[in-house]
Design a protein around this ligand. Sequence first.
Ligand code: SF4
Length: 108
Amino acid sequence: MFESGVSLLEQSQTNVELSELRAILPIADHWDWQFAGECANMPSGLFFHPEAERGERRRNREIFAKAICADCSVVDKCRSFALVAKEPYGIWGGLSEDERKEILKSKE
Ligand code: SF4
């Protein structure tokens, strides 16, 4: 499973540099990685919390989603995208929204 903190952001730069990603975001062809994701045919509810979900139920769902991400071939691209796009919700690239906020805050 993934560790939290700056090392994750550094890991996310292994395949796609953040500056490169910013430059390519508007180009639809570069979004193809999303179709290769392990989650492509899974219910979005596994990765995005339903309203008012809290506590153990939320923790368990996030653990399950992160386990799927851990086996995903596009995890680096997904994580980089979510950090650059500042995705506000869901599990992306094995990171929760709170973990992404923490990483981005540490980079300010
Ligand atoms: S890393 Fe996770 S959220 Fe991203 S595409 Fe893969 S399975 Fe989906």
